[in-house]
Design a protein around this ligand. Structure first.
Ligand SMILES: NC(=O)c1ccc[n+]([C@@H]2O[C@H](COP(=O)([O-])OP(=O)(O)OC[C@H]3O[C@@H](n4cnc5c(N)ncnc54)[C@H](O)[C@@H]3O)[C@@H](O)[C@H]2O)c1
Length: 259
């Protein structure tokens, strides 16, 4: 853990309507917090009801209280009604952060057709359909920002993550396609690629002390990447300071080159 990060202030993010998927815990919760502190109007979707309600409660003293929507992103009908409801109640979403995922491990021989479908549904499909749902409102408003979440994992070929890495590789292609097709409407689309971020879930499930030290030794900067480091990149890319950035992948991984 390094010194606490002090975020830059982006005046154009104040009052922006920002939708964050998977905002209840982990990196997503850090992004919710960061946008709330910029004075943005934040909406976030998650299935982790308790943690999400606690987060919304803890951040309600700011300019705009964040609003939590309980929704399973793999249920596209429910997702589309939540987005329609937000836009009806508050106005068009101006920034979409496609953050939610699930990096469950598996062995190749254990993957069934259903497991494949479920994995791609939680790691890839909703990113496209969220973008599709918010794009008309952004176009009408003259522009907007969509940030998709990729992962360092497939760049390194990590073990037991074939389906997650399949989805994450596709997200970089999805980003390029959306950036090309929506750019003429003033919509910028980029991909944030985190390295190893030791969220409470990552620590509990996948990383012991020895593994964490091995990752640090493989990074060119031997410091842990924190949730705040990812949120700082998200804020920059969402702001007008990044007005000529689109269709690209932005790594925040402390230069992690080895597996
Ligand atoms: N933590 C890392 O080291 C790391 C590394 C590379 C990439 N990433 C990417 O960064 C993003 C955030 O990572 P994280 O570690 O915080 O993830 P996480 O798994 O800890 O959290 C994701 C959030 O999404 C929610 N979620 C999961 N399935 C959902 C569903 N079906 N419907 C609604 N919400 C759902 C979870 O409840 C959780 O709040 C992900 O896209 C992940 O792939 C993370």
């Amino acid at each position: 853990m390094g010194q606490p990060l002090v975020y830059a202030s982006y005046p154009d993010l104040a009052d922006k309507r920002v939708l964050i998927t998977g905002g209840g815990t982990g990196i997503g919760a850090g992004i919710v917090d960061a946008f709330v502190k910029q004075g943005a109007q934040v909406f976030f979707i998650d299935i982790a009801a308790e943690a999400s309600k606690e987060l919304a409660e803890s951040l309600k003293g700011g300019k705009h209280a964040p609003v939590f929507y309980h929704c399973d992103l793999t249920d596209l009908k429910a997702l589309s009604s939540v987005i329609a409801q937000i836009e009806k109640d508050y106005g068009a979403i101006e920034v979409l952060i496609n953050n939610a995922a699930n990096d469950h491990r598996h062995q190749v021989q254990d993957v069934t057709e259903k497991y494949w479908d479920d994995s791609l549904a939680v790691n890839l499909r909703h990113q496209f359909f969220c973008a599709q749902a918010v794009a008309p409102g952004m176009k009408k408003a003259g522009g907007g920002v969509i940030l998709n979440f990729g992962s360092i994992s497939w760049h390194l070929a990590l073990p037991d993550l074939t389906l997650y890495m399949t989805a994450k590789a596709a997200i970089e292609g999805l980003t390029r396609g959306l950036a090309r097709d929506l750019g003429k409407d003033g919509i910028r689309v980029n991909c944030v690629v985190p390295g190893s971020v030791l969220t409470p879930k990552q620590k509990a499930l996948w990383h012991d002390e020895e593994g964490s030290q091995a990752i640090l030794a493989s990074q060119v900067l031997p410091q842990t990447v924190e949730t705040e480091d990812i949120a700082a990149m998200v804020l920059f890319l969402s702001s007008d300071n990044a007005r000529r950035c689109s269709g690209r992948d932005y790594f925040v991984d402390a230069g992690w080159y080895g597996a």
